[in-house]
Design a protein around this ligand. Structure first.
Ligand code: IDP
Ligand code: MG
Length: 139
């Protein structure tokens, strides 16, 4: 299998709940190598750009508002099969549909405020890592 990069974001609800350590621990126990991480607050313009693919969807404005509502923690991850394995670890978008033991099932309140982001393809994994981190920050 190929070594891939994927982007995680501990979303503002994760930070508000003080679950950063708990979630990061599960990510590391899952075998993901942390290449870089930082904490920042996205502006609405930045959140809108990150989720541009969803522009026009009914949940887009709420998503932008939520993602810019407080600090978040982007984390650049590397692992064999990282993209698919990370999505397995976090579970389905809606915690009601997420498998038992997944991060979203355990910690998320609803489909919008679902604790953590994960990239959806290896190509987007690289692009999304580059959205937050320069190559020299990936240590
Ligand atoms: P994903 O995060 O599981 O890849 P996407 O479909 O890419 O899910 O949607 C991006 C984010 O937009 C979700 O994680 C969630 O925060 C929000 N979102 C998606 N669909 C809905 C919805 O139907 N209602 C509210 N928020 C949604
Ligand atoms: Mg997605």
């Amino acid at each position: 299998m190929v070594v891939e990069r994927t982007l995680a974001i501990l979303k503002p609800d994760c930070v508000r709940k003080g679950l950063q350590g708990e979630v990061l621990s599960r990510i590391q126990t899952g075998g993901f190598k942390v290449l870089s991480m930082k904490m920042l607050r996205l502006t609405a313009v930045e959140a809108g750009a990150f989720y541009a693919v969803h522009k026009g969807r009914p949940f887009y404005d709420g998503l932008v508002e939520f993602m810019s509502s407080g600090p978040c923690v982007p984390i650049a991850l590397e692992k064999e099969n990282a993209v698919a394995d990370f999505r397995t670890l976090i579970g389905a978008t809606d915690p009601k549909d997420a498998a038992d033991g997944t991060i979203r099932k355990l910690f998320a309140d609803n489909k919008g405020e679902n604790i953590v982001h994960g990239s959806d393809s290896p190509e987007n994994g690289r692009l999304e890592v580059a959205f937050f981190f320069s190559e020299s920050e990936l240590v």
